[in-house]
Write a protein that binds this ligand. Structure first.
Ligand code: ARG
Length: 613
């Protein structure tokens, strides 16, 4: 008896794509056992015939003409010493596969399957249309806690374009993990401690800070900071004054603490405005200063484990053996450092959350810093003989990303050239509004839509390249309504919505939809690609790579455009809405599933999908 009917109709947990894939693997594995199960040549490698092995070897064919799934025959060719086509024939003749799953072909040393369009469409419609919001959602992360630390701008400094990518990538990862059922905690680790506050305070006191900050606190603070660095070059006493001021702050001097808190408040007000525009919220906002009272015990633990040593009066963990610079814990004057706080922070987060994973979404420039910090933790766990499941080593990860080159300008905070995130977002919104007015000046809620398009353009521009690559930001490149942009995806979503409005009725029951009428190759590609969405989301989480979703959405959209302009045998465009009710219903079901998928994908990236634009 064939087992296929069982898994397709009864296994409602798995997604459509996974079910078809396992159906295929089951048929292949069954056929392999029939053909080669008795062969002595195979006896030693019997696991090559197993379902688990077969399913793990399935790939996407190099060319879509070959089919939708491909299984490499090469290992069996070697084993049974037959030609690839002969092996293919052996397997094919033993495969029990209903036509509802697909058709098997031989190409390029692979056994390929072209899935049945209507089989996939029918199963997919069942999966998607009954609960559109849930398409792609899963519970694979249930009971697992993931901390996602991102954004983390520095107090009394501008919230500039330099923090855009961490903000956008981190927010997206947090959403992706949440969508997969993980118990996520998003953390904003504000840079609110460190020697730079000594400098800020000295500058503020020396050059009438109250006045400087009156109009625009952040810009005023930046001017003070820049002036400090400039004058410090010729007046070394300033450095000493700053060091002393920070020391006083560390010792809790009331005057210093008051100034520091003022810097924190004005900064947060500015940051919050930007987060509101981006629609980002944090579960936890905790600055470096939160760790002030936790560093002594962290250092004591490292000392007790015998990991620390003195180097020119400073306390360090030597990491030469690992080709890393020493990790500085305490300076000669007793001041602690960025790394000290991260180490104490790790200990605290581990004790508090016992996470499955803890991610630090921070630019690649800090790769060495995280290598040092994680190495120190690893050495500590080794020294303390921590039980394997009590170790955080392996669970803490730096998620690095490349630079943003903003219309090719280098970004130098110190020289005072800053591109403020707020300005960038406002400009994007204004440009989007201009474009919409040209196209559709009657649009209801035009300003609200412009907001979404402008913000969407900026967010998408950061996620449309692999995170390790640099982003070359240009205004035209980000805001164009065509090409690989956020607005283009949003525009497609709005077009789909408008098509559904024109259709003007509810889709019939999934069971009564007839997808048999949709066998053309364009629809086939679109339907199979739609079914892949859940696995794309899973892979994006596994690789910490929102780009996988953005590129998937672009591929999907381009397939949709071909679908929208399908031609009949005489070369005429086939209208989606026609008098043929059964055909129209089937096509509109595909339209509706595409709209759902684009909206979910965009949502995972942090981009809103308008119904109209
Ligand atoms: N505030 C830092 C910066 O702007 C980023 C913090 C990264 N996170 C961490 N745990 N060290 O460069």
């Amino acid at each position: 008896m064939s087992t296929m009917t069982k898994s397709i109709s009864e296994n409602t947990e798995a997604t459509t794509f996974a079910r078809f894939q396992s159906e295929f693997a089951e048929a292949v594995s069954g056929a392999l056992q029939k053909a080669y199960g008795e062969s002595s040549a195979v006896a030693l490698e019997a696991e090559l015939l197993s379902f688990e092995h077969v399913v793990s070897q399935i790939e996407r064919p190099k060319k879509s003409e070959f089919g939708d799934l491909a299984f490499p025959l090469f290992p069996y060719v070697k084993l049974v010493k037959k030609a690839p086509k002969a092996v293919f024939d052996d397997i094919k003749s033993g495969m029990e596969l209903s036509a509802e799953v697909g058709e098997v072909t031989f190409a390029g040393g692979y056994l390929n399957i072209k899935l049945s369009s209507h089989g996939v469409a029918q199963a997919l419609a069942k999966e998607v249309l009954s609960a559109p919001q849930r398409f792609g959602q899963s519970t694979i992360g249930a009971g697992k806690r993931v901390l996602v630390e991102f954004s983390s701008p520095n107090i009394a400094k501008p919230f500039g374009i330099g923090h855009l990518r961490t903000t956008v990538i981190g927010a997206s990862l947090n959403r992706i993990f949440g969508f997969l059922g993980y118990d996520t905690t998003s953390i904003n680790y504000l840079g609110d401690w460190g020697t730079q506050f000594g400098k800020m305070i000295v500058a503020y006191q020396k050059w009438d800070g109250e006045n400087a900050l009156k109009e625009n606190a952040i810009k005023g603070a930046l001017a003070l900071y820049v002036r400090f660095h400039k004058e410090e070059e010729t007046d070394p006493s300033l450095s000493e004054a700053a060091r002393l001021a920070f020391k006083k702050l560390e010792d809790g001097d009331a005057e210093m603490v008051k100034l520091w808190e003022m810097f924190k408040d004005v900064s947060w007000a500015e940051f919050k405005r930007v987060y509101d525009i981006l629609g980002i919220d944090f579960d936890l906002i905790t600055g470096e200063s939160f760790l002030n009272d936790k560093m002594d015990s962290a250092i004591a633990r490292l000392e007790a484990a015998g990991l620390t040593s003195e180097s020119r009066g400073a306390l360090v963990v030597d990491l030469e053996e690992f080709n890393l610079p020493p990790c500085l814990l305490r300076k000669q004057d007793g001041a602690t450092l960025y790394a000290t706080r991260d180490i104490a922070g790790l200990m605290y987060r581990w004790e508090t959350y016992h996470f499955q994973e803890s991610l630090y979404v921070v630019g690649s420039a800090q790769a060495d810093h995280f290598k040092q910090v994680f190495k120190v933790i690893e050495l500590l766990e080794d020294a303390e003989k921590t039980a394997p499941d009590e170790r955080m080593t392996g669970k803490v990860k730096h998620i690095p990303f490349g630079w943003v080159k903003f219309e090719d300008q280098a970004l130098k905070t110190r020289a005072g050239h800053v591109i403020y995130l707020d300005d960038v977002l406002q400009k994007a919104i204004a440009l989007a509004e201009e474009k919409i007015r040209e196209k559709n000046s009657e649009l209801p809620e035009l300003e609200k839509v412009a907001n979404r398009i402008g913000v969407g353009a900026i967010v998408f521009s950061q996620l449309s390249v692999r995170k390790q690559k640099d982003v070359n930001f240009t205004w035209e490149g980000a805001l164009s309504f065509e090409g690989e942009t956020g607005p283009y995806l949003q525009y497609t979503h709005a077009r789909l919505s408008s098509l559904l409005r024109k259709y003007g009725r509810e889709l019939p029951d999934v069971a009564s939809l007839d997808f048999g009428v949709l066998e053309d190759s364009v629809t086939h590609q679109l339907v199979v690609t739609l079914s892949r969405f859940p696995s794309v989301v899973e892979l994006a989480a596994k690789e910490y790579e929102p780009f996988l979703i953005s590129s998937y959405l672009l591929e999907l959209t381009s397939l949709f455009n071909s679908f929208y302009q399908r031609r009949d045998d005489d070369g005429r465009i086939v209208k989606i809405l026609s008098d043929d009710v059964a055909l129209t219903d089937a096509l509109m079901a595909v339209v509706s599933m595409t709209k759902t998928t684009i909206a979910s994908g965009l949502d995972l990236l942090g981009v809103e999908a308008p119904e109209e634009m």
